[in-house]
Ligand binder design. Structure first.
Ligand code: SF4
Length: 110
């Protein structure tokens, strides 16, 4: 199973991606559902920020996720707003775009 992870640029100042990668490597939390199935992490990227929205570069990243054959894209917990726990609208739009190209969306990593 080919997997991609999409995260929030605003978390970049403090995030090394370690918690997502730990969950992926240990098949825990939102990756536990795969059991012993072989997994390949084919992309791990961030949006281009709130001001940019889905700009040309972000679209290119999303297209690359598709081109790399990702079957599932996990959305990091950082893509939910801290105050309300609602998903960021830009990430929702990105998820819808990936979904329209055949990539299953799973909300959550660790
Ligand atoms: S657009 Fe959404 S996911 Fe991207 S930095 Fe802003 S809040 Fe985070």
């Amino acid at each position: 199973m080919k997997i991609a992870i999409l995260n929030c640029l605003a978390a970049n100042d403090v995030c090394a991606g370690a918690a997502c990668l730990h969950a992926f490597n240990s098949r825990s939390r939102h990756f536990a559902q795969y059991g012993t199935e072989p997994l390949e992490l084919v992309a791990m990227g961030r949006c281009n920020g709130c001001a940019a929205g889905i700009d040309e570069g972000f679209r290119e990243k999303l297209d690359r996720i598709v081109e790399e054959g990702a079957e599932v894209c996990h959305l990091g917990v950082c893509t939910r707003k801290r105050e309300t726990n609602e998903e960021c609208e830009i990430i929702t739009a990105a998820a819808n775009y990936l979904g329209s190209r055949g990539v299953k969306i799973v909300r959550g990593t660790h």
